[in-house]
Design a protein around this ligand. Structure first.
Ligand code: ZN
Length: 290
């Protein structure tokens, strides 16, 4: 397999909406960036417009979402934008945000993917770094399992969702090889999901004031409330999307096969750190592909 060339976008792309947790109206500007720039977030609403690179080094602990902090630059709920960038293989981009949280949109990556495609991804000269997984590695954290093993020539992710007997969300799985086409057609549209009883709790804590049933997949005792499933296994596809977005924080392409079972952001972050540590420990900055 050949290393692919890095990509950026040809022109700025924009996504607007409300933050799910902060309720703030936010504007996100994706700007073209030079080779080897990577994905970098910039808080344009803060003095000095501080930046934080989208790398696992800057992950800060946060419930139910992914947050990056470097100095004054703090940005959260980045995972759906990161999944769109990774899924579309856009490697270099300055992501300007005028608030602390990216918009939730419809709970999926589709609005981000649509905006980035509108920005017209374009090839650059430099090659994209690749980390090839050469051995089986397993992370066991509480009741979740996350493992990565060698694969022939691509990144594959399998997500197994199992909330136990009696859960209103049925046991399901999703598995895809990650390519831009598969990302757009099979993964990007899968929405964040919550249980109806959780939404009442989240609202009571002040979250999701602008959220309606159209912004999330809400599960009641008899299935989805106020909307239809976009795929039979939409929940598993969304968890796979989150895993892809979080794994992108390793800062390079990955050739390997991921199996994630009952895992969440914390586990994904541990995986991203593991892959990044491999990248940093191998000789030379780039693992060449034979
Ligand atoms: Zn998510």
């Amino acid at each position: 397999m050949q290393q692919r060339h890095q990509q950026t976008i040809s022109r700025p792309a924009q996504v607007c909406g409300y933050g799910l947790f902060t309720n703030a109206e936010v504007k996100v500007n994706f700007l073209p960036a030079a080779e080897n720039h990577g994905i970098v977030f910039q808080r344009t609403d803060l003095p000095g417009q501080p930046t934080v690179p989208a790398l696992s080094d800057w992950i800060a602990p946060e419930e139910r979402r992914t947050k990056l902090v470097r100095g004054e630059a703090s940005v959260e709920m980045i995972e759906h934008a990161m999944a769109a960038l990774a899924g579309l293989q856009i490697d270099n981009c300055l992501v300007q945000v005028n608030g602390p949280e990216l918009p939730g949109c419809d709970g999926s990556s589709l609005p981000y993917a649509a905006a980035l495609l509108d920005g017209e991804p374009v090839l650059q000269n430099a090659l994209r770094e690749v980390q090839i997984i050469r051995q089986f590695h397993q992370l066991e954290l509480e009741s979740a399992e996350l493992e990565i093993k060698p694969a022939t020539d691509a990144l594959r992710i399998r997500y197994e969702l199992d909330y136990g007997e009696g859960s209103v969300i049925p046991c399901q799985s999703a598995e895809f090889e990650i390519t831009p086409e598969i990302f757009v057609t099979k993964i990007a549209s899968a929405r964040t999901f919550v249980l109806e009883q959780e939404i009442a709790y989240l609202r009571s804590r002040g979250y999701g004031q602008h959220v309606t049933a159209g912004d999330l997949l809400v599960y009641g005792p008899h299935g989805p409330v106020g909307s239809e499933l976009r795929a039979r296994n939409e929940c598993a596809r969304h968890k796979l999307l989150d895993c892809l977005g979080d794994l992108a924080l390793c800062g390079c392409d990955v050739i390997g096969s991921v199996r994630a079972c009952r895992s969440g952001h914390r586990h994904n972050h541990a995986l991203a750190r593991y892959v990044r540590s491999l990248k940093q420990s191998e000789s030379g900055p780039v693992a060449r592909v034979a």
